[in-house]
Design a binder for this molecule. Structure first.
Ligand SMILES: [Zn+2]
Length: 79
């Protein structure tokens, strides 16, 4: 196992509890989160073209939650 893989974790989309191991929390599958490099765009919340904050959650979380729900990432939130 590499250092990168050891940094991966799972998060509950309901209460944001994190775990190093997959499982369920609040009767939902915990969302897998890969370690992102410092400064990665996905670490930031979604901001529109005018620089206004569209979400408070970082993009990696939104993408992970939508992916877990089997939904496409909404086009109007694409930066
Ligand atoms: Zn939970």
């Amino acid at each position: 196992m590499t250092m990168m893989e050891e940094c991966d974790f799972y998060i509950c989309a309901v209460c944001f509890s994190v775990s190093e191991h997959p499982g369920t929390h609040h009767n939902r599958e915990m969302v897998y989160c890969e370690q992102l490099p410092v400064g990665d765009e996905r670490l930031k919340p979604v901001i529109d073209l005018e620089g206004a904050l569209k979400t408070r959650a970082p993009r990696w979380f939104l993408e992970a939650v939508w992916d877990a729900a089997g939904m496409e990432y909404p086009a109007d939130l694409q930066s």
